[in-house]
Design a protein around this ligand. Structure first.
Ligand SMILES: N[C@@H](CCC(=O)N[C@@H](CS)C(=O)NCC(=O)O)C(=O)O
Length: 222
């Protein structure tokens, strides 16, 4: 049985969404955020203290995008993975990693220094700079996404899950009104997917059943 350790709305939502898209059986283990601080026992499973953690037999993985790639390849063949023989293989790897390294990283600075830190440790300048950084990178997607089904390969793939999670986090941070039009349209389409809807329900049902706060960290009052 695959086990996924997850906090509501955290990056572990990527593998959760992938599991639902692939219709795999899994066990969802909910943690309060941040697990590194709240659940010291979790450090024995994942010394980083971060989510996701995926356990699949002897396999242990802690990078959300790598887990999506692993699941699609390991339990495929699946159209969610772009094969090495396809013309968009390079684009697939690029957008897969772009979603985390370029689109999620700047938002974590905004999240931390605008919402999670105590008022005296907040850094308005860093928040403004990294907010601008994120929106600047997002604008580069505008011409690429116009009229497309997915970000590459002409279909929905794990790269869309990677980028889609970054857009979900941006929505929680109140950045959605500044999305360029084609990015906004793309995000609306992604949210209509059954797999996305099932993953959203799964995290809330599991959080309630396991006594974990269902309010995502970015929306909590300090
Ligand atoms: N690059 C990793 C980042 C993992 C990560 O930092 N996860 C955050 C949640 S979004 C976390 O667990 N933060 C709590 C902490 O750093 O203590 C990934 O994509 O999975």
């Amino acid at each position: 049985m695959i086990s996924l350790y997850h906090c509501v709305a955290a990056r572990s939502f990527r593998p959760l969404w992938a599991l639902e898209e692939l219709s795999l059986n899994y066990e969802l283990k909910m943690l309060a955020f941040p697990p590194r601080v709240i659940d010291k026992n979790y450090l024995q499973l994942n010394p980083l203290g971060t989510v996701p953690l995926l356990c699949d037999g002897d396999v242990r993985m802690t990078e959300s995008v790598a887990i999506c790639h692993y699941l699609g390849a390991r339990y495929g063949p699946s159209p969610l993975i772009v094969d090495v023989e396809e013309p968009d293989y390079g684009a697939f790897l690029n957008w897969l990693h772009f979603g985390e390294a370029t689109l999620t990283f700047p938002q974590t600075i905004v999240l931390r220094y605008d919402r999670l830190e105590t008022p005296e440790r907040r850094l308005p300048q860093a928040v403004a700079d990294y907010r601008r950084w994120f929106l600047g990178r997002l604008r580069t997607l505008e011409p690429l996404l116009a009229g497309r089904e997915g970000i590459c390969a002409g279909r929905f793939t794990m790269a869309d899950i990677s980028v889609g999670y970054a857009l979900l986090l941006a929505e929680y941070l109140g950045l959605e009104p500044e999305f360029p039009p084609s990015v906004r349209y793309y995000w609306q389409q992604l949210k209509q997917r059954d797999g996305y809807g099932r993953a959203r329900v799964a995290e809330l049902v599991a959080a309630e059943a396991q006594g974990v706060d269902t309010v995502p960290a970015p929306l909590r009052s300090p």
